[in-house]
Ligand binder design. Structure first.
Ligand SMILES: NC(=O)c1ccc[n+]([C@@H]2O[C@H](COP(=O)([O-])OP(=O)(O)OC[C@H]3O[C@@H](n4cnc5c(N)ncnc54)[C@H](O)[C@@H]3O)[C@@H](O)[C@H]2O)c1
Length: 348
């Protein structure tokens, strides 16, 4: 199998490249190294079945040449991370809409198949107990840049759907929920690497908002094999499939667990969203996946626990010297903020 991964030098893409090579595929990576890096693929460099091309999904001719020479495409290239989206809304929209359209069109022309990486952000502020794939989307104003990522990914899904309906193009969509693991950078606002890196450096852990917002983190090593099985599954064509973690945790409890597990001397500090990102920033209070469809289609059962995830992220940061990768706040300030008391942590 000849596979192409756009965004293959990123966090998830590099794990996917590793997994596809282990299955015997030839792999072409297309990446502009904006948030990803060659370093993420350094351990695979000796493998002659891997080709890494520095370029953009916005380059239509390049995308067509790469896609035309492959059997299956995994489209992961995107502007990712709340901080990046809020600071560069226009560039992010262009990449996430026009780049995706280029890839989908090239897949249609070449007759190959596509797995499109979408996101749980699609559901916006819908806080249901378990979000199934047909759940309603509840998005804030399009003039709040925070929602442009969800808006763009929604358009991507609709374009994909249009190609499936009108042309029979073989496209499956995965909606990833807070996927975490080694090689994820903290620079663009991802919470697990940020907090782990802060704990390793003995600095205050900066928890945004009141810390009671919850997420279900899933381990990249559980998610990537399911992505490949979905890409192979004829039953997944034309569908969007959730891939998320099994356990719901508040961010304050996550920070507390990180401090305990890593035996860090760090305090935990609450940072208002307007200091973290921008005035008027809105967050989701809760995001819980219903994984039934992924279970039914490919037997998806995420098994890596939160403790294992924290320890693996920490071990990787220490091994690769990346514990300096954390997000800079929009307004510097955690030193001015009160540490969270242990009573408040217990109540979260
Ligand atoms: N990590 C998560 O929790 C999560 C959740 C939901 C969805 N996703 C989706 O999964 C995919 C991968 O995300 P990730 O977490 O690995 O982030 P990432 O930032 O590590 O990966 C994105 C990759 O795309 C590359 N890229 C960006 N613009 C490009 C362009 N114009 N041309 C070519 N390459 C470009 C970046 O350099 C990077 O390597 C994205 O599509 C993202 O929307 C991730």
């Amino acid at each position: 199998m000849r596979s192409a991964i756009t965004g293959g030098a990123g966090f998830i893409g590099s794990h996917l490249a590793e997994h596809l090579l282990s299955l015997g595929d030839e792999v072409v990576v297309l990446d502009d190294f904006s948030t990803g890096s060659r370093g993420n693929l350094a351990h695979l460099e000796g493998d002659r079945r891997l080709r890494v091309i520095h370029g953009s999904v916005l380059d239509r001719g390049l995308v067509e040449r790469i896609v035309g020479a492959t059997d299956r495409v995994y489209h992961l290239a995107a502007a990712v991370g709340v901080k990046l989206i809020v600071e560069h809304p226009l560039r992010s929209l262009r990449t996430n809409i026009h780049g995706t359209e280029n890839v989908i069109h090239a897949v249609f022309e070449s007759g190959s198949s596509l797995l499109l990486a979408s996101t749980s952000e699609i559901y916006g502020k819908n806080t249901s107990d378990a979000l199934s794939e047909d759940a309603d989307r509840v998005l804030g104003s399009p003039l709040r840049s925070r929602w442009t990522y969800a808006a763009a990914k929604g358009i991507d899904e609709s374009i994909a759907h249009g190609y499936v309906v009108e042309h029979g193009t073989r496209i499956a969509i995965v909606r990833l929920f807070n996927t975490v693991g080694p090689r994820q950078t903290g620079r663009y606002g991802m919470v697990v690497p940020n907090l782990v890196h802060q704990a390793l450096r003995g600095e205050p852990l900066t928890v945004f908002g009141d810390g009671r917002q919850t997420r279900c983190f899933s381990y990249v090593g559980d998610v990537v094999p399911a992505m490949v099985r979905l890409a192979e599954s004829p039953a997944a064509v034309g569908r969007a499939v959730n891939l998320g973690g099994a356990a719901e945790v508040s961010i304050l409890d996550l920070a507390t667990r990180i401090v305990e597990l890593l035996e860090s001397p760090s305090e935990i500090r609450l940072v208002p969203y307007e200091i973290a990102y921008a005035p008027g920033y809105e967050d989701m209070r809760r995001r819980v996946p219903d994984n039934s469809l992924a279970r039914e289609l490919v037997g998806f059962e995420p098994s890596t626990t939160l403790d294992e995830i924290i320890l693996r992220v920490a071990a990787s940061a220490l091994r690769h010297g990346t514990a300096d990768q954390t997000m800079a706040l929009a307004v510097p300030g955690p030193d001015l903020l009160e540490p969270v008391s242990s009573a408040a942590i217990g109540a979260a």
